[in-house]
Design a protein around this ligand. Structure first.
Ligand code: XMP
Length: 542
């Protein structure tokens, strides 16, 4: 059986040792990942200070780092103990590169161990919040308040400092909570400055980035847009690019960016599966075609998709068939509109660091498509349809995509749109999908969106939608008995969709929505509210 520790280490093994950025003149902070769940978060925090940051594997060698020449290096936390046989270790030469290094938790323990100090299992591990008492308020801890709350999660502690190091701060249980060798610019913190519970964590990160590593705030949306347009133009030249538009923020931002770079060399294809929300396909076409003059090839495949899911009740089978049909339509339509040299994909940075298979063509060194973005939920494109890829968003986190979208003029309704699954309403109708049920769910879902927008609450929810259950219950309307479907309201708050909590929505809002659905949507006589968090529930019902 694989343990949690092994799993996390495997994930760290799969990370690249080479950066995705080609422009080496950009100032950057490299994070070496030792299997921490927070490595991505550290990268996001650094980027929030407008300094570019990438996560690389702990196996990245000192020589590779020397060539990359980052302004600073951060060693992440990790699930291991430094004295485990299989504990991931970094190249010992990195201590001699002359580049400032900050070790976080496991990263600090590794620094201490490799530089000749001592690390032992602590008498009392420290998990959760702890007050940080500052012994030396200079460089790393400037502007961090004495007694500030920091988030701890460690079973091991540093018991003896390596030569040249001194203590910057302690907590009640941890004498060496922050340490430094000022001359060599080597720093370590036992806590996690990157998590929101660490008050003053951001100040610490800023101190490291600006004062210790001497970075300038060059990672801005404007700089990214300018640089991307230049890169896209250089890469594509007068070749043709195909983009599958879904209407979400990623593919729409991609379309705007590519259109600005290469104009009519871009073909946007929108496959209407018939599972979108009420009015959405029409709205999308209006925005692109009329408002922004970015022509979209509209493919009406509604009947084909409905035929595919006819009689299918198993959720996995439903997803599989929709995915399969998507490929088939995509294939024939791209042939009809083609030939194309490139396929544009809305791959984001988390997709890059979380997927081991980067599928590089050995001849050209370029990434090739064997997977369409997971939101189309397909296993892979057929072998004979291997496009070269253009992935201009691959350096970005989701919040950075929204900023780019805004900067290049994407309307707020697309930027702020709640996440919507590739198979759409088909996985919000439990069991068999029929045209009748799609109409019912579309109308109910419209009322949900209409009311939460009227109440000014749309942006308060991560997602807020309706689900149709394939059962019926008894009700009464006027003097007549009814026997009709229930609608489930699923309103959740979340940071990233990985975990979620059910939203404590105002009762008055729920009342209005419930009344409207039961009165306006024929076929529904009951509305219920889902009060399950994720885990153990998922956000979607299928
Ligand atoms: P679950 O239901 O797994 O959903 O808690 C987590 C997030 O992912 C979205 N989701 C999908 N997104 N294709 C997508 O692009 C899909 O097939 C899919 N299924 C779920 C879901 O809406 C939520 O935001």
């Amino acid at each position: 059986m694989t343990t949690q520790t092994e799993k996390l280490s495997n994930q760290a093994e799969a990370l690249p040792t080479k950066p995705i950025t080609k422009s080496l003149n950009r100032q950057m902070i490299v994070i070496l990942d030792f299997g921490s769940q927070y490595s991505e978060l550290i990268a996001r925090r650094i980027r929030e200070t407008q300094v570019y940051s990438e996560v690389l594997s702990y196996r990245t060698t000192a020589e590779q780092l020397r060539q990359l020449n980052p302004k600073g290096i951060i060693l992440s936390g990790g699930p291991n103990s430094v004295y485990d046989d299989l504990a991931p270790k970094c190249d010992r030469e990195i201590w001699h590169l002359g580049i400032p290094i900050l070790g976080v938790c496991y990263g600090m323990q590794l620094m201490v161990q490799q530089l000749g100090g001592g690390v032992e299992r602590a008498k009392r591990g420290e998990y959760g919040k702890a007050s940080l008492f500052i012994d030396d308020p200079t460089d790393l801890l400037t502007n961090v308040e004495d007694g500030a709350t920091m988030w701890m999660s460690h079973g091991d502690s540093c018991t003896e400092l390596p030569a040249g190091f001194e203590i910057l701060a302690h907590t009640e249980n941890t004498p060496c909570a922050a340490i430094a060798d000022h001359d060599r610019k080597l720093y370590g913190v036992q806590f996690h400055p990157e998590v929101v519970h660490s008050i003053g964590g951001i100040a610490l990160i800023r101190n490291f980035v600006y004062h210790i590593c001497d970075c300038e705030p060059t990672w801005t949306t404007e700089a990214f847009v300018e640089e991307s347009i230049r890169e896209i133009k250089a890469k594509i030249g007068d070749k043709r690019v195909l983009l599958a538009l879904s209407g979400g923020v990623d593919s729409s931002t991609l379309a705007f960016l590519l259109h600005r770079a290469i104009g009519d060399k871009l073909t946007c294809m929108f496959i209407d599966q018939g599972f979108m929300r009420k009015g959405e396909p029409e709205r999308l076409l209006k925005i692109f075609n009329e408002q922004f003059h970015i022509p979209v090839e509209y493919v009406n495949a509604r009947d084909r998709f409905l035929e595919q899911v006819k009689g299918v009740t198993d959720p996995e089978e439903k997803r599989r068939r929709i995915g399969h049909e998507f490929i088939s339509v995509f294939e024939s339509e791209s042939q009809r509109l083609g030939p194309f040299d490139y396929l544009a994909q809305g791959t984001l940075y988390p997709d890059v660091i979380e997927s081991a298979d980067t599928n590089v063509d050995p001849k050209t060194g370029e990434r090739v498509a064997v997977k369409i973005k997971s939101h189309h939920n397909v296993g892979g494109l057929p072998k004979n349809l291997r496009f070269k890829l253009v992935e201009p968003l691959r350096k970005l986190f989701k919040d950075e995509v929204r900023k780019v979208g805004k900067a290049i003029g994407l309307p707020a309704e697309i930027i702020q749109r709640h996440p919507f699954p590739g198979p759409g309403l088909a996985i919000r109708i439990l069991g068999e999908v029929t045209a009748e049920k799609l109409n019912i769910l579309r109308d109910a879902d419209f009322i949900v969106r209409d009311e939460i927008s009227k109440w000014g609450l749309y942006n308060e929810f991560w997602q807020a939608f309706a689900v149709l259950l394939p059962i019926r219950s008894v009700g009464v309307m006027g003097d007549r008995r009814t026997y009709a479907y229930p609608i489930v309201l699923r309103f959740v708050s979340s940071e990233d969709g990985m975990t979620a909590d059910w939203s404590r929505s105002p009762y008055d809002l729920l009342e209005v929505i419930s009344n409207r659905i039961v009165n306006e949507v024929k076929g529904v006589n009951r509305v219920v509210y889902d009060i399950t968090s994720k885990p153990p529930g998922t956000i979607e019902w299928e």
